[in-house]
Design a protein around this ligand. Sequence first.
Ligand SMILES: C[S@@+](CC[C@H](N)C(=O)[O-])C[C@H]1O[C@@H](n2cnc3c(N)ncnc32)[C@H](O)[C@@H]1O
Length: 216
Amino acid sequence: MAGDKNSKDHGIGKYHDLDLKADVNEQLNEVYSNWADSYDDDNDNKLKTVSQPNTVAMLKRHCTSTDIRIFDVGCGTGIVGEYLLANGFEHFDGTDPSLEMMEHARKRGYENLLKLTPGEPLPAKDNSYDSTMCVGVFTHGHLGSEGFPELIRVTKPDGLICFSVNEGVWESGKFEPAIERHSKAGDWEVLEMTKQDYMVNEGVQAFYVAVRVLVC
Ligand SMILES: C[S@@+](CC[C@H](N)C(=O)[O-])C[C@H]1O[C@@H](n2cnc3c(N)ncnc32)[C@H](O)[C@@H]1O
């Protein structure tokens, strides 16, 4: 696995050890409930994760206004929310399977924080957000490209979806063909797809993708 040299020193090591034959969501819930209190410190100081500012910067590049409603899927402790606020976006909701992670997001400007159940529809109505973010969730053992239809469903036609994909699952998870399939089906048009730093201290990069949802 790319760049796991320090991974035993912090929470990320725990999800590298997932037993993929057993109930992964249950294991992830345990990982994140134990990691919640030290997640931000690991993110900033041990991993030096930059996916949140990178994805918010990508959103900003493709937005004509900051007066939009945003849904942060897999919001965790809400670091994306912190960068949204810093960039002038004030209206955003978050959703995550881990209540312990979301507890920390309360201080970060989310208007609503909603519990998500993996494998079930996202807790939002069709076409309800101008933009949907999904940062750090398309990664080892978490969510695959089967998550795309739900991101499309909750995003308004002409709205944006901005997400990161860990380089370590990009090929094995067949993300590029899945993105192309949605383009060919007329679900979205790809605005940007770049490979940049993700967890700097781990030497791990991510693909950052921005798509515009097409009017059906
Ligand atoms: C690496 S953290 C990223 C959190 C936050 N987006 C960030 O960038 O700091 C991954 C998050 O995905 C959540 N998660 C796990 N499985 C998920 C799923 N199937 N759908 C959405 N989120 C999921 C976890 O609870 C965790 O909070």
